[in-house]
Design a protein around this ligand. Sequence first.
Ligand SMILES: CC(C)(COP(=O)(O)OP(=O)(O)OC[C@H]1O[C@@H](n2cnc3c(N)ncnc32)[C@H](O)[C@@H]1OP(=O)(O)O)[C@@H](O)C(=O)NCCC(=O)NCCS
Length: 120
Amino acid sequence: MKVGIDLIEIARVQRVLSRHASFRERVFTDAERTYCDSRRNPAQHYAARFAGKEAIGKALGCGAEWRWREIEIAGRPKPGVRLSGWTQAWGERVGAGQIDLSMTHSRELAAAIAIVADKP
Ligand SMILES: CC(C)(COP(=O)(O)OP(=O)(O)OC[C@H]1O[C@@H](n2cnc3c(N)ncnc32)[C@H](O)[C@@H]1OP(=O)(O)O)[C@@H](O)C(=O)NCCC(=O)NCCS
């Protein structure tokens, strides 16, 4: 089993969201954007998912940069994780099984922890 963790300042994500129009589409899938944009404070939820993708990338040992959308965090109440494309193939190569993700956010910070089980 492998673990990954990430912590991010929500204000940083808020700044990128308001300054770079392409950030939302480049990093987040349709399902992720629909959920975050439906909440009262979208940046909080975008930040948690950003931390979630980083945490999963760390646990998988491949990072998430440039392939953000290949890690989808969606569903309620506890969001699930779905890999696609190159990242999914990477997961299969390194024997990654089920991925469990837990996210949290306060007023200033968002954090996530991911656990990747070994393939049975
Ligand atoms: C789950 C719960 C404790 C979250 O507490 P909170 O202090 O409001 O919120 P946090 O900032 O710590 O965490 C929020 C994140 O928790 C996750 N979450 C929400 N409900 C969850 C659940 N039932 N199980 C796991 N994770 C959950 C979500 O990822 C959420 O972030 P998102 O809205 O961006 O997706 C709260 O929603 C609750 O009390 N729910 C009812 C009881 C419950 O389902 N408890 C957990 C199972 S026993």
